[in-house]
Design a protein. Structure first.
Length: 413
């Protein structure tokens, strides 16, 4: 019989290496010359590191506790990346006691520390993160893996048409109008075609494409004539269609859809015009609906109850609406979402926020981040069913050089 305990050399070595890494990490944090992180980069980094902890920690409750600790921190703004990661890793150590798990997480955190905030000077403020040839923006995040994961959200097999009807009475941004004419070509005075007396109807649409339920392509809104991915208006805008960024480039979409009930969040049937949705409101609605996160490639839809005015008070419907604020747009961009939609005609809050530019949210989403916009979505039935998450699908008309397109998205839960 012996009193000598067997030494676990693997754990001892891991603990020693971890201790060395921590000392090295602290030293690097003190000598680094990196700059304080911008708010968008900080939000994105914390989100990425949450995913690291969630994937690495065997105990998912511990991973959740780490995330909750991070959410409560108010001391990260204005810090450098090194200091931010040091503070976040301190929370990891306070919750996750297993040295092996700490070692794995720290190794990945250290890799993030070596990645510069920028790979070099950006070609322009609207440059795509997907390269100089990119024309689809954040829809690059809708991968086969993303679609397969979203398919698992189908639990009831119910489909939802998310479009309103489009006609001559549909309110639209001035001077847009819409009309439809039905003709019977070559059938004047009751004439028929051939021995079986064939007759047929045809139609002509005369109007603007940006009306009804529509998607804004990446060539729709720019900043001083600079559009998504550094395209200058003089180089690609032509009377017969856009030479880049046309809606024909929009791929087939099948991804996770997230519906946020802002009317429910504000405890009203119709959210008041001029009400802005920024990070606090967005995360508040998510918490109320038990939605844990917004992820890359998601479609985020905002229900405000605004469509209840359509056909009843078109003047109010067209004059303004609640919607996304400037900070809210930046927050959504930091999450990497692919499309943002709402049940009103502007998506962003109108009247605009104090000190906000004219349709600045459109500039942030479309021009700066390659995030598409869908307006006038019919979300009533989904809200009634509390279909907060779904498989969102969209096939956009492939009109060559088109700026916008009238669409009928379909969600399936």
């Amino acid at each position: 019989m012996t009193t000598t305990k067997e030494i676990n050399w693997t754990k001892l070595v891991k603990a020693f290496v971890l201790m060395c890494l921590v000392f090295s990490f602290s030293a690097m944090a003190q000598t680094t010359t990196d700059k304080p992180m911008e708010a968008e980069a900080l939000t994105a980094l914390v989100g990425e590191l949450k995913e690291v902890v969630s994937r690495t920690a065997p105990d998912k409750n511990e991973a959740k506790m780490v995330g909750e600790k991070w959410d409560k921190r108010k001391d990260l703004a204005g810090k450098t990346k090194s200091v931010v990661i040091e503070l976040l890793f301190g929370d990891v150590k306070s919750v996750i006691k297993d040295s092996g798990t700490q070692y794995q997480i720290y190794s990945i955190f250290s890799f993030y520390k070596t990645i510069p905030d920028e790979s070099g000077p950006m070609p322009c403020e609207t440059a795509s993160k997907f390269g100089a040839d990119d024309q689809i923006g954040n829809l690059n995040y809708v991968t086969p893996e993303k679609t397969l994961a979203a398919n698992k959200l189908i639990t009831k097999g119910k489909s939802y048409s998310l479009a309103i009807e489009t006609n001559k009475d549909t309110p639209a941004f001035p001077p847009r109008t819409f009309s439809l004419s039905v003709l019977q070509p070559n059938q004047t005075a009751g004439a028929t075609l051939g021995p079986t007396k064939t007759t047929y109807n045809d139609d002509i649409v005369m109007g603007w494409v940006g009306i009804g339920t529509g998607i804004d392509g990446l060539g729709h809104v720019g900043i001083d004539n600079l559009y998504f991915n550094c395209h200058k208006a003089a180089d690609f805008v032509a009377p017969d269609g856009l030479k880049k960024l046309g809606v024909e480039n929009i791929p087939a979409v099948a991804t996770r859809g997230v519906l946020l009930d802002m009317a429910g969040y504000f405890k009203t049937d119709i959210v008041k015009e001029g009400t802005a949705f920024n990070q606090a409101e967005i995360e508040g609605a998510m918490k109320r609906q038990s939605i844990k996160s917004l992820e890359k490639g998601d479609v985020v839809m905002f229900y405000t109850g605004w469509l209840k005015l359509l056909g009843k008070d078109n003047k109010r419907f067209a004059a303004g609406n609640p919607g996304i604020g400037v900070e809210g747009a930046k927050y959504l961009a930091s999450r990497g979402v692919a499309i943002v939609g709402a049940d009103n005609k502007n998506l962003e809050v109108v009247p605009f926020e104090k000190d906000a530019g004219v349709f600045e949210v459109h500039q942030i989403l479309l021009a700066k981040n390659g995030i598409y916009i869908i307006e006038n979505m019919n979300l009533e039935e989904m809200v009634k069913d509390k279909a907060w998450e779904s498989l969102f699908t969209l096939g956009s008309p492939r009109v060559t050089g088109g700026v916008q397109a009238i669409v009928n998205p379909v969600a399936i839960r």
